[in-house]
Write a protein that binds this ligand. Structure first.
Ligand SMILES: Nc1ncnc2c1ncn2[C@@H]1O[C@H](COP(=O)(O)OP(=O)(O)OP(=O)(O)O)[C@@H](O)[C@H]1O
Length: 294
């Protein structure tokens, strides 16, 4: 019987560290993306997501470790096989919509992408003069025009209104269903559910990986039932506990109920405290607190 073949890896980082002077922006990160999967790179601002992507694309050279795109060191030929939408979108503001498309089609030897009628109507307008939402749509259409095997999207939904955000995720899923691998960064933890696999970054390091469920593991949070949620929140915050608000419900991750009750009793609040599974956001807070000062 033939040995099973290893899944084809589109892009891979192996022990990648990137330093800028004495500052370590990415610390010993290993990860990969396979065809047809959506891998989410999650982390707060400054966690190192963009720097990792820039290493993977060959735009900066790792200080240590190795990156591979389509089985080789990233270069101009590997760039032809991927679609990249950077945070700044990578469009030419002083060229028209049509000129941006021609430029990209010439660079990638591809046909012009099909455009939404709203964009077609603005073909002769300078990109700098059209709204950010349409600019994002254009950047996305251009990134897909040459039918990339891998799509790399850096914060594609940042500042995007909810409907456009949902449409964008639909397009991402459509690409993945067609076999394209997707690497997407976001600092919106709610978007984790859109991904097949997550990598959490904190202060340059990949601190957790897996599905949302796997990453949360058995971390729990306390939920407090009280009408005086303002006082409760302030008291728990003053006690240095990782307190968050879910609507008007006060939650504290990774803290024993007794410690919560103690902090509440200091301000004269007696409330029921239930333990529930932590959210991904809470898990991230717990991890961030754990890595603070390291
Ligand atoms: N060229 C550079 N020189 C010095 N420091 C840099 C450089 N590029 C990035 N950094 C620093 O590296 C850290 C990680 O930045 P990076 O942009 O990778 O984070 P991020 O997770 O993508 O966050 P954001 O969502 O805000 O872009 C930041 O502290 C940033 O200031």
């Amino acid at each position: 019987m033939a040995a099973p073949t290893a899944p084809r890896v589109l892009i891979r980082a192996d022990g990648v560290t990137k330093r800028f002077g004495s500052f370590t922006a990415v610390s010993d990160v290993s990860m990969h993306v396979e065809p047809g999967e959506i891998v989410g790179l999650l982390g707060a601002n400054g966690a190192g997501k963009t720097t990792l992507i820039r290493n993977l694309l060959g735009l900066v050279i790792p200080t240590e470790g190795r990156v591979e795109a389509f089985g080789r060191t990233p270069d101009r030929t590997t760039r032809q096989r991927l679609g990249y939408v950077p945070q700044g979108l990578g469009l030419w503001g002083t060229l028209t919509v049509a000129e941006n498309i021609s430029f990209a089609s010439a660079a990638f030897a591809s046909d012009p992408p099909p455009l939404d009628p709203a964009l077609t109507a603005l073909e002769n307008r300078l990109v700098a003069e059209i709204g950010l939402g349409l600019q994002r749509q254009l950047a996305f259409a251009i990134a897909l025009a040459h039918k990339p095997e891998l799509l790399v999207l850096d914060e594609p939904t940042s500042g995007v209104e909810p409907l456009a955000r949902a449409r964008l995720w639909d397009s991402v899923h459509e690409q993945a269903e067609g076999g394209t691998g997707v690497l997407v960064t976001t600092h919106y933890m709610q978007e984790a559910q859109q991904c097949d696999r997550l990598i959490l970054m904190s202060r340059g390091a990949a601190v957790a990986a897996g599905s949302e469920r796997e990453i949360i593991g058995d971390t729990v949070a306390c939920e407090i039932d009280t009408d005086d949620w303002v006082t409760a929140f302030a008291a728990l915050d003053d006690a240095g506990l990782p307190v968050t608000l879910d609507g008007r419900r006060v939650r504290i991750a990774d803290t024993p109920p007794e410690a919560v009750q103690r902090a509440l009793s200091q301000v004269g609040i007696t409330a029921e405290v239930h333990q529930v599974s932590a959210t991904l956001e809470e898990k991230m807070t717990v991890i961030d607190r754990g890595t603070a000062g390291k």
